[in-house]
Design a protein around this ligand. Structure first.
Ligand code: ZN
Length: 276
């Protein structure tokens, strides 16, 4: 088990975690609180110039850790799949303008379409954008999603599926994002994290907690320490695998968004030190 984090030098917060704040307010508040990393959700950039937003972030002393999110490759029609490739290329261009070195991929699924077919379409979709990503200097990370989302959000549901897809595509620009909410239950998690470490494909680490009961399948994530995920233990596995990047707090929570975000940010920092 690793020691508790000593400071906030490796703490990154996703803009969606404090969704009521504009990106300008989030950057100001994170920076003032001593947080050093930010992952930007694309909706936070709406109506803004990505290069200017990137400059504003760097001027505040924060690092852009990644852009969320690309993906959603599968579609029942060739036109839909082409549009997804186009949208992912635009996302890559936006990441490059922002100065984000990484895009997290929520790979997609189509209700009623066989998962194997969706996985094939995901492989084809990623293959179609990899050259664009490497030319832009932006890495892509496949984020396996909890199987409860296999119907409509992602046909990639385990670390092994993500890692095997990555090996098949064989690009140093493609890796895996470990999001505890999605993979904490996986009996192979420790070995799979280690295998990603050996491949050099462990690109991102997202933390939060799993609440009991969970009242909403999407927007009821918990703060570290509020649920049953052994966050610190798994961080130990991730670090043993050679990962030394940011610990990214990514929490969708309708109940938290309804509260004072300044007080919430302090709670996040306390939970980070005590339970991560
Ligand atoms: Zn995530």
């Amino acid at each position: 088990m690793p020691d508790a984090p000593k400071d906030f030098s490796r703490l990154c917060v996703h803009t969606i975690t404090t969704r009521p704040w504009s990106i300008e307010e989030a950057v100001g508040r994170y920076s003032k609180a001593g947080i050093r990393g930010i992952t930007v959700w694309r909706q936070a950039l709406e109506g803004r110039d990505a290069s200017a937003a990137g400059r504003m972030i760097r001027d505040s002393g924060l690092s852009v850790v990644s852009l969320c999110r690309g993906g959603f490759f599968p579609s029942p029609t060739a036109k839909g799949r082409d549009e997804a490739v186009g949208e992912n290329k635009r996302c890559i261009d936006q990441a490059a303008a922002l100065g984000a070195p990484l895009i997290v991929l929520v790979c997609g699924a189509v209700p009623g379409q066989a998962l194997e077919e969706s996985r094939k379409q995901i492989r084809d979709g990623i293959a179609a954008v990899l050259d664009h990503a490497s030319a832009a200097g932006v890495r892509l990370a496949i984020e396996p999603l909890h199987p409860m989302y296999a119907d409509s959000r992602s046909a990639v549901n385990t670390m092994r599926q993500a890692r095997e897809m990555r090996s098949l595509l064989g690009s140093p620009w493609l890796g895996v994002a470990v999001d505890l909410y999605h993979v904490w239950w996986d009996e192979d998690l420790e070995q799979e994290i280690a295998a990603c470490g050996r491949d050099g494909s462990l690109f991102a680490f997202h933390i939060c907690d799993w609440k009991t009961p969970t009242t909403d399948l999407l927007n009821d994530r918990g703060l570290m320490g509020e649920g049953c995920i052994p966050v610190r233990k798994i961080r130990g596995w991730v670090e043993a695998a050679g990962f030394n990047g940011f610990n990214e707090v990514e929490i969708f929570s309708t109940s938290r968004w309804a509260t004072d975000q300044g007080a919430y940010l302090s709670e996040i920092q306390k939970a980070y030190l005590n339970h991560s």
